[in-house]
Structure formats: structure tokens, C-alpha cells
Write a protein that binds this ligand. Structure first.
Ligand code: SAM
Length: 229
């Protein structure tokens, strides 16, 4: 229900403005203040980012194109894409996250990237490419479908989307309690069936063009590139 979504979002926003920010800002950096689980997640996430960059590099046409990155975190994807010459509009529901992304970009002298705080459902505009990496874990499946529809509506050409796949061994791992590092407060984590994501993209008028899977010990992410059919 809508009520559920609001509660989930409030919890996610609070988490990524406080403890979650501290934890993920360290994971998404070169800081050595990480434990082995966090280091493993950093490695897996880096691989997902690199796979996206490799696709875009292979296409060789991102310069001057508009890219909207929803749930941008600290800018792990938006910043490298800005360096490749894309015109970046990136947002995150957490003000701490988008502020840190902006700080990192400014520190590198990047001027073709705009970072702001927004729930992805409130993002508007039309962009060549819309990206949304490892954000769907915060969306119950009923809400994930609407989320994908919104991302597709923002995109003129292509959507790049990743999520934690709901496979039996991953469900087992999550039950084991090792999905999120550290002993303290986390958020609820939602896994999605690959077929549900595929169908949501297709129903929104997009067709899967490329796909990848990245799995380390504690990080699992299925990655789709979908293009307007
Ligand atoms: N996409 C980034 C990356 O790959 O480096 C960050 C991934 S991090 C696991 C998930 C991010 O999604 C967090 O920064 C969180 O604040 C953001 N997020 C969660 N729900 C969101 C929503 N409804 N709208 C915008 N951002 C959201």
C-alpha cells in the first residue's frame, strides 16, 4: 500500500542521513576504516560501476548527453560519467549523500554535474540516459514496478538499472543476516525476481539490450541496460 511506501521511505531517508551515511560513505571511498565484509561490498559495487562505464565507453557517445542518476549516493557513477563529458543531473533522497556527492565533484573540479536532494519519484525532466544503481533494494516489489515506470518516463533512450536478485541462495544469505555489514541498525532489504524487473521494463516500453551479474561474497547485483523499444 501507499502507506507502506511512505514508511519505508522515511526510514530509508533517516538511515542514509545518519548511520547509513557514515557506513556507506566509507564503503564508497578508499578509506581503510572498513571491515572485511564492507571491503567485499566495496569490491562488488566497484565492479558494477565499472561494467556500466565499460558499456558506455564501448558506445563512445556519452559526451554532451544528458544523464539522470537517481539515488546517486556519493556520486560513484555520476562523477566518472561527468568526467566522460556527460551532462549530469543526479539526486538522492538523503541530503547527506547528495551533499557529499557534490563536495566530491567540486573537489575534482567537475562543473558539468548537478547534485540535489530528491526522492526519485519527484524527479522530473527528459534525459538521454537514466541510471539507478542498487537503489531498488529499498523498494518493496509492488513499489518497484512503479519506480521503473517513472525511470522509463524520464528517459528518451535508455535506462540502466541494477537490483539484488531474488535467488534461493541469496535469500538464504539474507536470512543469515549478512547482507548488511556491522551489528547496528540497518534498513529493510527487498530482493526482486529478475522476471518482475524484466516485465516492468518491457511494460514501460523498453527492451533489454545488455545485462551483467556481479556477485562477490556479500554483494549481489543484476544489471540491465534497457533501450526504448
Ligand atoms: N547509486 C549509488 C551507487 O551505486 O553508488 C548509491 C547506492 S546506495 C546502496 C542506495 C542509495 O539510494 C542511497 O544513497 C539512498 O539514500 C538512495 N535512495 C533510497 N531510496 C531512494 C529514493 N526513494 N529516492 C532517491 N534515492 C533513494
Amino acid at each position: 500500500s501507499a502507506r507502506f511506501a511512505v514508511d519505508d521511505k522515511t526510514e530509508v531517508r533517516e538511515y542514509f542521513n545518519t548511520e547509513g551515511f557514515n557506513r556507506w560513505n566509507k564503503i564508497y571511498s578508499e578509506s581503510d576504516e572498513v571491515n572485511t565484509v564492507q571491503l567485499d561490498i566495496r569490491t562488488g559495487h566497484d565492479q558494477t560501476i565499472q561494467k556500466i562505464i565499460n558499456w558506455i565507453k564501448a558506445d563512445g557517445d556519452i559526451e554532451g548527453k544528458s544523464v539522470c542518476d537517481c539515488g546517486c549516493g556519493v556520486g560513484s557513477l555520476a562523477i566518472p560519467l561527468a568526467k566522460m563529458g556527460a551532462d549530469i543531473s543526479a539526486s538522492d533522497i538523503s541530503d547527506a549523500m547528495s551533499t557529499e556527492a557534490d563536495r566530491r565533484a567540486k573537489e575534482m573540479g567537475i562543473s558539468n554535474a548537478k547534485f540535489y536532494t530528491s526522492d526519485l519519484e519527484s524527479v522530473t525532466g527528459n534525459y538521454d540516459t537514466v541510471t539507478c544503481v542498487d537503489v531498488a533494494i529499498h523498494y518493496p516489489t509492488e513499489q518497484m514496478t512503479g519506480m521503473i515506470k517513472h525511470l522509463c518516463d524520464l528517459s528518451d533512450r535508455r535506462v540502466i538499472f541494477s537490483f539484488a536478485p531474488k535467488t534461493w541462495w541469496f535469500v538464504g544469505l539474507k536470512k543469515f543476516g549478512e547482507l548488511f555489514p556491522g551489528p547496528s541498525k540497518t534498513t529493510r532489504a527487498y530482493l526482486h525476481q529478475e522476471e518482475d524487473v524484466r516485465k516492468a521494463l518491457e511494460d514501460a516500453g523498453f527492451k533489454i539490450a545488455r545485462e551483467e551479474f556481479t556477485g562477490t561474497n556479500f554483494y549481489f547485483s543484476k544489471l540491465f541496460e534497457a533501450v526504448k523499444a
